[in-house]
Design a protein around this ligand. Structure first.
Ligand SMILES: NC(=O)c1ccc[n+]([C@@H]2O[C@H](COP(=O)([O-])OP(=O)(O)OC[C@H]3O[C@@H](n4cnc5c(N)ncnc54)[C@H](O)[C@@H]3O)[C@@H](O)[C@H]2O)c1
Length: 250
């Protein structure tokens, strides 16, 4: 991992951000992993510095937003040079708590869980799946990617022994709440839920949800809107002989 230097960006006017960044907007936090991914690619390609415009383009955001986000970290870059890639990687890793790899437990090793357990790419991004659990006796004892599937009833003990930091739920929705309860009782306070349901958890437990169907439904909405705008424009041509407006539906 890179050297940490939070708040030491050149030109930082008094870098008021504290070590825990209590005032970092949630939307900024959500974009930091994108910046980190882009910076890692730039570093791999041999870049020592990067302009805000180039980094913004690589991360898919506008450069004013990127500069504002990075200013929260006390990172302002250097005029005419841009940002120091290694320094910025270190700052973002520090803010995201990625300076040591966190142990992740995956519950439910069916179709989705099996694919997640077999994915080798998490390691380079700060995580390692270290424990697999299922309730199906036909799966318990099997090995996936070098890890043995254990019965969910052993989760509490394993969570303590192996310092599990994050629990991932990939069970059917009907089992997700009881599994979340097991994770919470085991002292795990961060849960990533793939099951299509809302989990009820005590204060202090963070739940994030991944739902491809929701993403597809949002894209469907945009498709629907583009189609109806095109329809309106075409109708305009047919009825009025007026050319459709360019760039609709962006
Ligand atoms: N978020 C997404 O985009 C997305 C995409 C695909 C699937 N999913 C969801 O992911 C979940 C898993 O899908 P799948 O296709 O892998 O299902 P699956 O049926 O193949 O696998 C589910 C696994 O969970 C295990 N399980 C059931 N109850 C359990 C319990 N109490 N404790 C531990 N393990 C238990 C089962 O034995 C099984 O191995 C579903 O909720 C599905 O809707 C989400």
């Amino acid at each position: 991992m890179s050297q940490l230097s939070p708040g030491t960006g050149s030109g930082s006017p008094g870098a008021s951000v504290g070590p825990d960044f209590p005032d970092l907007p949630e939307a900024t936090v959500a974009r930091l992993p994108e910046y980190l991914r882009a910076l890692s690619n730039l570093a791999e390609a041999g870049n020592d510095t990067v302009s805000s415009e180039a980094l913004a383009a690589a991360a898919g955001v506008n450069s004013a937003k990127l500069r504002k986000d990075l200013s929260h970290l006390g990172s302002y870059g250097t005029r005419g040079v841009g940002y120091d890639v290694a320094l910025l990687v270190g700052q973002i890793e520090h803010v995201l708590g990625l300076t040591h790899r966190r142990a992740v437990a995956l519950v439910g090793v069916g179709n989705l869980g099996h694919a997640l357990a077999g994915y080798a790419g998490f390691g380079s991004r700060g995580f390692r799946i270290t424990a697999l659990f299922d309730a199906d006796p036909r799966l318990v004892g099997k090995t996936i990617n070098g890890l043995m599937v254990r019965h969910i009833e052993h989760l509490a003990d394993v969570a303590v022994q192996e310092a599990i930091a994050i629990g991932v739920i990939a069970t059917p929705a009907s089992a997700a709440q009881p599994v979340a309860d097991v994770l919470v009782r085991a002292g795990i306070t961060s849960i990533l839920n793939f099951a299509p349901c809302v989990l009820s958890v005590p204060d202090g437990v963070d739940v994030r949800k991944v739902d491809l169907a929701i993403e597809l439904q949002i894209l469907s909405f945009h498709e629907h809107r583009k189609a109806s705008l095109t329809g309106v424009a075409l109708t305009g041509v047919a009825q009025n002989g007026v050319a459709p407006v360019e760039g609709v539906g962006g």
